[in-house]
Design a protein around this ligand. Structure first.
Ligand SMILES: *Cc1c(COP(=O)(O)O)cnc(C)c1O
Ligand code: SF4
Length: 338
């Protein structure tokens, strides 16, 4: 399903540059105007709108409630005072093991490999991150690698961000080589939303890079709705599958996007058809500016129970919330109140 024809782009970087768009231009492209939204709903955002052309092509024209549009459109609600909501909801500042390195879980280390993303998701829990201070710099890389090399409990290194696929291939190749040089690391994981935002990012050079490492490669993509899995996305996933990459998907449970069992089931089936298994369904973190996406735990539990009735067990994502200080993500069923 590629809803609207697109121009040919010279490369993925050109698509990345074309992702910057004003709210007015985004709406005009979709045949919408401010009058299609209740007064005060739209706003000039502090977190700029970023939506690559491929992603925009999948938004239904003329539908102000489109689930993909809702993920990228800046709303006035983002600026409302939100008592009790945080700019660092997961207390990541407490888990910084070295500059650019997060160590929350025993066997996995996470590198903030890039401060940039292909797309800006309005619900993002890292939207307030000062990446200048937290991300992995070239200078900090040696410290981070030394910390990983010094701890034999770490067998998996996760590249996250931002989005690690916003890095140029040469930089990514250097990082992967540094990780592969640590003997006790067996697995490389990439957390990326770029696959859905700019599927052309899966270039032959990226395929060669991932096919060439001794590490087992896992990609946890991030999509929230079946409409994001276009034919182009499925083709990009197919190229990764062909070299033996394990493909998983995580979603965030978002009001007005996917807070419905039938929508989640349709997404899971579409993922499976494209070679990917659902992994996590995250409940939103209490980040300032995104309260309008929250689904409360009671409703989330009801949705999870319905999803179990609709899908084979292997297509049911694990509903979790991240509780700072826990040894792993916490299943919804283990949270108080269940
Ligand atoms: C989520 C997360 C991981 C990965 O956890 P899994 O349960 O293995 O997917 C690792 N490190 C950090 C800091 C995380 O937030
Ligand atoms: S791609 Fe990921 S890190 Fe970037 S804005 Fe979206 S959710 Fe946040």
């Amino acid at each position: 399903m590629n809803a609207h024809p697109q121009p040919m782009w010279p490369d993925w970087q050109a698509q990345q540059r074309a992702a910057r768009i004003s709210t007015a231009d985004l709406l005009a492209e979709l045949g919408l105007g401010e009058a299609d939204f209740p007064a005060g709903v739209l706003a000039a955002p502090a977190f700029p709108v970023l939506a690559p052309p491929h992603f925009r092509s999948l938004i239904r024209r003329g539908d102000p409630d489109d689930p993909l549009l809702r993920q990228v459109l800046a709303r006035g609600e983002e600026a409302l005072p939100q008592p009790g909501r945080l700019t660092d909801p997961l207390a990541e500042a407490d888990f910084r093991a070295a500059p650019g390195l997060l160590r929350k879980y025993r066997s996995r280390a996470l590198l903030i490999a890039s401060g940039a993303c292909a797309i800006h998701c309005r619900y993002c829990f890292r939207r307030h991150s000062d990446y200048g201070a937290t991300m992995l710099t070239r200078a900090g890389e040696a410290h981070a690698m030394a910390a990983i090399a010094a701890d034999a409990a770490i067998d998996e290194v996760i590249l996250s961000g931002g989005d690690p696929l916003s890095l140029a291939d040469a930089r990514l190749a250097a990082l992967v080589a540094a990780i592969a040089a640590v003997p006790h690391v067996t697995t490389l994981r990439l957390h990326s939303r770029t696959l859905m935002a700019i599927p052309d990012r899966v270039t032959p050079a990226l395929i060669d890079l991932l096919a060439g490492t001794r590490l087992a490669v896992v990609i946890v993509a991030h999509s929230n709705h079946a409409n994001e899995i276009s034919d182009d996305v499925a083709a990009a996933l197919g190229r990764l599958r062909a070299i033996g990459v394990t493909l998983l998907n995580q979603s965030v449970l978002l009001a007005g996007v996917n807070d419905d069992a039938a929508i989640i089931a349709a997404h899971a089936r579409r993922l499976f058809a494209a070679g990917m298994l659902p992994y996590y369904m995250h409940l939103t973190d209490p980040v300032a500016g995104a309260a309008h996406f929250d689904v409360d735990e009671g409703r989330a539990r009801a949705i999870e129970a319905q999803v179990r009735g609709l899908l084979p067990g292997y297509l049911v994502p694990r509903f979790v919330r991240e509780v700072p200080g826990q040894a792993a993500k916490t299943p919804l069923s283990a949270l108080p109140g269940s």
